[in-house]
Ligand binder design. Sequence first.
Ligand code: IMP
Ligand code: MG
Length: 191
Amino acid sequence: MKKTKNAASKPGESVRVLLTRSRIQRRIAALAREIHRDFRGEPVHLIGVLKGAVFFLADLIRCLPGEVSLDFIAVSSYGKETQSSGQVMLTKDLDSSIEGRNVLLVEDILDTGQTMQYLLRILDQRRPKHLRVAVLLDKPERRQVPVTADYVGFRIPNEFVVGYGLDYAERYRNLHDVSVLSLGGKGKSAD
Ligand code: IMP
Ligand code: MG
């Protein structure tokens, strides 16, 4: 597909659409039906991982009928801008207890799995009734630790993507589509 410059692009950067906004929305509606069915109409507590998952969570929650609540958690990982180092740190905790609740952890992308492994460990200690995971994107080739998501929007190849919440140096989150980011204009990928 065509590479385009975007208003958020710095010199040398270009983006190429991978998943269009309409495809994303259709997939989220299907995931919501699956989630609603699996939780059998019981209340579901969604936990969004700041900041990238905000967009996915906002669209997903509006497709879920019934009693749904939400909270947010934030983590940071040290490392280069396009690669996490594996050292994860909690930077914002939840506002409310998850003990005995049906929890759905909502994340933008499952990459090495380090972030998800850390989050699952700390949330599981708080004894939720169920703890399930929804990710918009999954890059299985990149996995370093054995974690999987219960609900996956799209499995994508090992390329660095931006848009629909995903950033590169805090830019590009506002794009409607998910796009592959290239740096340097010589076909060099960001990751
Ligand atoms: P993990 O701990 O390596 O699985 O990394 C997960 C986090 O890295 C995600 O929550 C994203 O913030 C970030 N990340 C991983 N891959 C990408 C990507 O392709 N684009 C933007 N952010 C990414
Ligand atoms: Mg993230």
